[in-house]
Design a protein around this ligand. Structure first.
Ligand code: PHE
Length: 487
């Protein structure tokens, strides 16, 4: 659909529900099913998960509303939208750098996101061929021991050219839909694929709950151990909250720009954050019971989803078919996210350089392909390359982990802090109030969160994560202080 924005005619979502599905599609993706369980496992479980939920409610949700609101007011690519809000607020237009930073971060994320998308495609192939070999009714991988199934992923990691091929394939599919535009490309993917995803996802989770070690998973994910809440864990949790909600990287600003004036942004943001968090927690409850039942390590990191679920599918009747359907659904979820990652820089490039949408898509896509190849090779040929060896918290990271770490732990929190300062302090309060769709107490709470709580808490978390020793020392001094005061 083409919406008239006064000055120019541009594309927009065809309805409010199309916007919601596309935004939920952007939020729900590999972040929920692959990154969330991996991060939770690597950061000690319960402390991470509960702090993550705290971050979503107190920081993620207010920032999400701030981002879509900037986009809807600006009706343009992220940097231009921020510039227009600044201009209409009589504030310095240099604030547009907030949008540019986000666009750049989205581009970086896109490059490694498509690498993981490629793994999903590989697993679709694995289950498809298994279906032909073992037939429909039995479990997957008939008669093969669990250890052998676990070697599927390391096997893939060791094959550089296959990794690169899959990565480029996934990126090409993403480019195809973005090049087609909003209503016949991006919206189309979301409207058909997201509902299908939800049905299958719930089915598999309910099945897993009855067959796996559900009790242990619940204890692991929801037992809060305060001593485990280090600066690094907190920064990881806030980074995961932003990654999962697609925040701090211009994605939600870009999607907000296609929303109509009638859409209530406050309500919509609540739906997006609620759906995304529910999927992450359910994914945790689907994956960890299997991890524990199969005796795998919770801190297995990026491999968790790819290694634990295939083992579970082996025990299930119709296992190969369920495995095939599951990874197909993950593929859909990943695709609705990767299109949003590509859309943010593409919208910027075609607007800025006055290019057609397909040409801009190809330019951004080729750039992402180059970085993506380096990421894909960091599991094999370039395994020893440490691009950020000089920065302590990233010193051990290969190219792939460095991109992931820098975007989630630096770009996203910094982008969010600047967004809060911009919306809470710089932009015209009346302009903001006209857009946000909130009234009464909710409005007051949101404003207080954006102005005070989010920027302050985020700055502290960022400092604590970047300087963990300093934070640990401050915490132990604080504890000693408490001990003295309260005996
Ligand atoms: N939120 C997506 C996911 O969870 C990833 C993403 C991040 C998409 C940032 C857009 C912008 O998979």
């Amino acid at each position: 659909m083409v919406v008239s924005t006064g000055s120019s005619e541009r594309e927009g979502w065809s309805s409010r529900s199309a916007f919601i599905l596309a935004a939920v599609g952007s939020a729900v993706g590999l972040g929920n099913m692959w990154r969330f369980p991996a991060e939770a496992g690597e950061n000690g479980g319960g402390a991470f998960v509960l702090f993550y939920i705290f971050c979503v409610l107190l920081i993620g949700l207010p920032v999400l509303l701030s981002e879509v609101l900037i986009g809807r007011h600006g009706q343009a690519s992220a940097p231009e939208s921020v510039r227009r809000v600044a201009r209409d607020s009589k504030a310095p237009e240099g604030w547009s750098v907030l949008g540019s930073m986000g666009v750049f971060a989205a581009f970086l994320i896109l490059s490694f996101y498509c690498v993981v998308g490629g793994w999903v495609v590989y697993y679709i192939g694995v289950f498809l061929s298994d279906l032909f070999q073992t037939g429909l009714s039995g479990g997957a991988f008939a008669g093969r021991p669990a250890e052998e199934i676990e070697t599927l992923l390391p096997g893939l990691f060791g094959n550089g050219s296959l990794m690169v091929g899959l990565n480029l394939g996934f990126l090409a599919v993403t480019m195809f839909f973005v090049a087609r535009g909003i209503s016949s490309g991006i919206e189309c993917v979301a409207v058909y694929l997201m509902p299908m995803f939800f049905v299958l996802f719930l089915g598999i989770t309910i099945y897993g709950a009855f067959t796996g070690n559900f009790g242990d998973a619940v204890t692991y994910l929801f037992t809060f151990d305060f001593s485990k809440l280090t600066g690094e864990v907190m920064l990881a949790a806030v980074g995961q909250a932003f990654f999962s909600l697609s925040l701090g990287v211009a994605g939600m600003m870009t999607y907000g720009a296609y929303a109509s004036r009638e859409t209530n942004l406050g309500e919509t943001s609540g739906i997006i954050a609620g759906a995304d968090t529910a999927v992450a927690l359910i994914a945790g409850l689907a994956i960890f019971p299997i991890v524990f039942a199969a005796g795998l390590s919770a801190s297995a990191g990026p491999g968790l989803m790819f290694q634990s679920l295939p083992i579970a599918f082996q025990a299930m009747p119709f296992g190969s078919l369920i495995g095939l359907l599951f990874f197909t659904m993950v593929f859909f979820a990943a695709l609705t996210s990767s299109v949003s990652l590509l859309e943010a820089p593409t919208a910027y490039v075609f607007e800025k350089f006055k290019l057609s949408r397909p040409v801009a898509t190809v330019i951004v896509g080729v750039g992402a392909a180059v970085l993506g190849i380096l990421s894909a090779l960091s599991f094999n040929e370039l395994a020893d390359f440490r691009p950020l060896a000089l920065i302590p918290i990233f010193s051990e990271a290969n190219f792939f982990d460095a991109l992931d770490g820098v975007t989630a732990k630096l770009f996203m929190p910094i982008g969010a802090i600047l967004t809060c300062i911009f919306v809470g302090w710089v932009a015209d309060a009346k302009l903001i109030d006209d857009e946000n769709g909130l009234d009464g107490v909710l409005h007051q709470v949101w404003r207080a969160l954006v102005r005070f709580v989010c920027p302050i808490v985020l700055t502290l978390i960022l400092a604590a994560g970047l300087f963990p020793e300093w934070f640990a020392k401050a915490m132990s001094e604080l504890q000693q202080g408490f001990a003295v005061v309260f005996g």
